[in-house]
Design a protein around this ligand. Sequence first.
Ligand code: ADP
Length: 742
Amino acid sequence: MKQKKIAIFTSGGDAQGMNAAVRAVVRTGLERGAEVYAIYEGYQGLVDGGERIRKMDWDSVGGILQLGGTVIGTARSKEFMTRDGRRQAARNLIEHGISGIIVIGGDGSLTGANIFRQEWPSLVAELVESGAISAEAAQEYSNLSIVGLVGSIDNDFHGTDMTIGADTALHRITEAMDAITSTAASHQRTFVVKVMGRNCGYLALMGALASGADWVLIPEAPPDVDNWKDVMAERLKAGRKAGRRDSIVILAEGAQDRHGKYIGSTEVQQALEERLGEEVRVTVLGHVQRGGRPSAFDRNLGTLMGYEAVEIILNARPEDEPVVIGIKNNRMTRLPLMESVLKTQAVAEAIAEKDYERAMSLRSSSFSDAFKTLRTMVRALPHPVDAGRKHFRIAVLNAGAPAPGMNTAARAAIRYGLDQGHVMLGIRNGFEGLANGEIEEMSWMSVSGWASMGGSVLGTNRKIPKGKDFYGMAREIEKNHIDALLFIGGWTAYLAANAMMVNRANFPAFNIPIVCLPASINNNLPGSEFSIGADTALNSIVDAVDKIKMSAGATRRCFVVEVMGHHCGYLALMGGMATGAERVYLPEDGVSLRDLQNDVELLKRGFKTGKRLGLMIRSEHANAVYTTSFMCSLFEEEGHDLFDVRPAILGHLQQGGDPSPFDRIQANRLACLCVEALVDECSRDGLRVSFIGMQDGKIQFHDMRDFERVINAENLRPREQWWLGLKHITSLLAQHGPSQGA
Ligand code: ADP
């Protein structure tokens, strides 16, 4: 069979993670036996042809994973908007023998792709007619396959939970917001921060939720009253009175009032200055949101989407309609290209027509949930207690190793519960604290500032209660009239909740509903594909490895980087995917002597043929005997003068740090659902013990009675781990031919 030729290009606004997608497309394509071209400068390159259409090899996409923007360039092309331009583009593709294109861009670029494909037969016919191509060529290229990937920092595309670049933009926003919050709090100042998003309030909304901002203005949900400026100012004043030291308003670029009039940052500034009687500062974040290195999530999203795109395009049949690749509940999906573009544009139209309800309904459920949660979180004080409703005493506890996002979850749970009139108790120092009666009533302002804080303010430890601890715990539960418990933590929390359930006959006080919320950097908890903290840890790993790689300079060096994870290889595998490690050692697979011998050969072969940098990522418990230092010694000895080897044990930097936006958003979402479930259970006199998590496409509560069935008790990890299915992609992209890696 003739070798298939495919091409990739990036178009429209650049977005971080596009390079990961380009790398994945090129390498997967080569691996599958295709010839792969990159078209430089988007559609303009397609029209220009010549030097702009370049054949790629394995190494042409080396070392680009960590770069922001797009290394193959992007442009807005007026010529491609014309038929003449598109005819020329068709001619260039046919002359290169390219029969499939992968487009990474926003809805504009994907619309262009769709028009191109619809016109393809007529463009080809015109080319034959004018003698530009032969009838045989026309016959051979009678069809053009197209696959789209959405690269857009706005996260504004219908049908996908995330677009490439949105997570990184949120990283930039939360970093800026955290910095602004600390200066604003020091001076008790008011800030207005403007973020990108013309038709989509995603960045503003999630940025506000993640940073604990006090007010948000987004296009999909304009203020519902005309005197919104008064309402906003009153709220901010009330917040100050309640003890808040700063006031922060986030404004999306496309925010408007309910008459469709755009709201500018100066307008908000003036409105607040007049009403608050103080100076108000404005920060327009602008292009920093597009800048910087891509987050771990965007690198892996780009990689997985790029891989998927090649699988589709190489198996495409002529009659297949073009598709866009999306991600829905953590799984790759294929969306019909034009239908998705039209639905995306429908949101903009709904906003233009001031049909905000429809605009909101076209967004995902997590978007509207987040908006609801935010409205609770930004309150200056909770709603007044409704005397007609039953209220409960709900206690929140952190357990296990600290995980970034624990505070965010505790804050959200406490405020959500308080807002509904419940008494929220904070238990200090995990189960030890519970047994010792370190319990206090939490107020609305007691959790102020927790949204962005790493570590655990309540205090946490890894002591799993047993035997006599239960007496103390039962006594304190009774003494404090605790109606329900929320445990935020890792295995310590889950094992304790299970033990309490099992010991109910001996300790009647344990007959109350309990929910565990997964918070562990290791991402090793049952019933949940993501635990809070894992995304932050992954980003810490990626940051560290980026620096380690840069340190290699001109020497030929191999690093063996050891990451955490206990008996779960999640951080190692996903960290390896995001950094381009050529080998990942997982506890799930173990390490054999034969593996190590093969790896020595792999390294030797690589360094002999020009490789300068080797990167191996080893999960801390991949093998008890073949430790990181053992492996380093082995590689060093066998590498002789060819290369040297350095260990890098990342250690606790993985547990620290401020939580990533994703961890903060998840923490908010899960915590509110947990409190809701506990209240529901209390209202029905239920006693259910459960653990929450996003799994198989939805957030669900799992019954603790199923706990033993779904865990691998010996290794403290879930029996089924979704991410193991991605192993082949990591190794495919990093190892190939003579000079592997990065
Ligand atoms: P984005 O892809 O980020 O939405 P644009 O809307 O600017 O960015 O589109 C990028 C490029 O895609 C345009 O400059 C143009 O070359 C091409 N394009 C967009 N819309 C069309 C269209 N209707 N027909 C042909 N090409 C289009």
